[in-house]
Ligand binder design. Structure first.
Ligand code: ARG
Length: 480
């Protein structure tokens, strides 16, 4: 391989990169995703070059026209990278030069690939994180709608995967929507911190040309300029934070996947997945597998891996830009694309699942899950909790010995366990009664859960509105 025709740095070299070096160095096969953002930031750069009279207006007009043509050609696929292009920046500069000859190179004034790539990458991620936020809202809605259907249904609640206390099944489902709501708010925080422009930093130290980085930043919809030019070219916190947000979304979704897999198992038999969100087996005709749930659980591994990989690349980097930073993009592209693939399928799976109310209700009191009610009954009669807990434990022991459930204990069983334990306690040994009594603001009574879901719905409305504003703002800027 000889030196590439679109090489941006040949002047002081007497030989071209050896083929293996060029192959190693090349990133255009993945960073081409940045092309629309690179073109948009080039348009903003040309504007400042012209207004500051760094390039004449007629040159600026030609470059602007050629960049706009390239925007169309990249979109339609009629312009793309070739074998000799190193990265997205060199490929697009080749495109400019093919249209304009040498004056296409005028755009390089005051800019380095170091501030350029950092800018493109931020713009790309802002665009994608807004899409992710929209998909998360759809997931939240799918969860809250399903939860609302099951607010009045009682089911066993678990700790340690053992029956613990009965809960409203709507409460159980809605917990996932709260986690997703936090993910959405993390994207809002991320955006506030990441929406700054690295342009004007040049290679690392800024520029002696009279650029106006504040103007360029504003033109690109950023809320300001990264304050320190050295930081601007090396900082990838925005990428690491985005990968953390995605990894945590992945962890949340993996829990949904795990619960759906368990609930649809023969042993639980609570959930019935829609055929459209299940798959069959090539050998066992009876099988209906919860593959969407399992892939959801599995994807979290790669999301965490991508975060770990990027943090490790960033660790110990000295001074400003180092070529190690070219390794920042693939993990981000991989996480973003996989999450955007995953979210609609998980939302669809959730929206189309039905649960066996009778089976959950029948299971709710099993495993002595109402033993806490006995302790609470005694506490209300003035017995100290430690004693009440002992007595309730003794009830479980007697039941285990006799092979019966708590409500089947006789009056004499009860009074011999504790003098204040009367047959009245049986009134409380009902799963629906137990959940209805838990009326604290965050508790499992259907009335409380309804209020919790109403609050969530409000939050979803507010979040949908800022996400739509950001979407419009960003798309408006990109189409200028
Ligand atoms: N492809 C490079 C990257 O992704 C662009 C920046 C190259 N800068 C340089 N000084 N070689 O990081």
């Amino acid at each position: 391989m000889t030196q590439s025709s679109s090489n941006l740095w040949g002047g002081r070299f007497s030989s071209s990169p050896e083929a293996s070096m060029f192959a190693l160095s090349r990133s255009v096969h993945f960073d081409w995703r940045l092309a629309p953002y690179d073109l948009r930031s080039s348009l903003a750069h040309v504007e400042v070059l012209e207004s500051q009279k760094i390039i004449p207006s007629d040159v600026a007009a030609k470059i602007r026209m050629a960049l706009k043509e390239l925007q169309q050609e990249v979109k339609s696929g009629s312009f793309g990278p070739n074998e000799s292009d190193e990265d997205v920046h060199s490929a697009l500069e080749r495109g400019l030069k093919e249209k304009l000859g040498d004056i296409g190179g005028a755009i390089r004034a005051g800019r380095s690939r170091n501030d350029q790539v950092a800018t493109d990458f931020r713009l790309y991620l802002i665009d994608q994180m807004i899409d992710i936020a929209s998909s998360l809202i759809l997931l939240e809605k799918a969860i809250t709608e399903l939860a609302t259907n099951y607010v009045d249904d009682v089911a066993p609640g678990f700790t340690h995967l053992q029956h613990a206390q009965p809960v409203s099944f709507g409460h159980e489902l809605a917990k996932h929507a709260h986690a997703v709501a936090r993910d959405v708010s993390r994207i809002a925080d991320w955006l506030k911190r990441s929406n700054f422009s690295p342009l004007g930093a040049g290679a690392l130290s800024g520029s002696s040309l009279p650029l106006q980085p504040e103007k360029t930043a504003e033109n690109l919809g950023f809320s300001g300029v990264v304050a320190n030019s050295i930081d601007a070219v090396m900082d990838r916190d925005f990428a690491a934070e985005a990968l953390f947000i995605i990894a945590l979304v992945g962890v949340h979704i993996s829990r949904i996947g795990e619960e759906w897999t368990l609930w649809s198992s023969t042993e639980f038999g609570w959930a019935k997945l829609d055929d459209a969100f299940s798959t069959g087996s090539s050998i066992m005709p009876q099988k209906k597998n919860p593959d969407a749930a399992e892939i959801a659980r599995g994807k979290s591994g790669r999301f965490i891996g991508n975060l770990t990989g990027l943090l490790t690349t960033m660790k110990g980097l000295a001074f400003a830009y180092n070529r190690d930073l070219q390794e920042d993009k693939e993990p981000v592209f991989d996480s973003v694309e996989n999450l955007l693939l995953l979210l609609p399928a998980v939302s669809g799976m959730i929206a189309t699942t039905t649960f066996d109310r009778a089976k959950m209700k029948a299971a709710a009191p099993l495993g002595f899950s109402l033993a806490t009610e006995i302790a609470d009954f005694l506490v209300k009669a003035g017995v100290p909790f430690s004693q009440a807990h002992e007595a309730a434990g003794a009830c479980v022991k007697v039941c285990e010995g006799k092979g019966i459930e708590l409500h089947q204990l006789t009056d004499s069983d009860l009074s011999s366990i504790h003098p204040q334990l009367t047959g009245d306690v049986r009134k409380y040994l009902d799963a629906m009664g137990a959940i209805s009594a838990r009326t604290s603001i965050n508790g499992t009574s259907p009335a409380s859960v309804r209020k919790q879901i109403t609050e969530l719905d409000k939050q979803i409305k507010e979040d949908s509105s800022w996400i739509a504003d950001e979407r419009n703002r960003f798309s408006g800027m990109m189409s200028q």
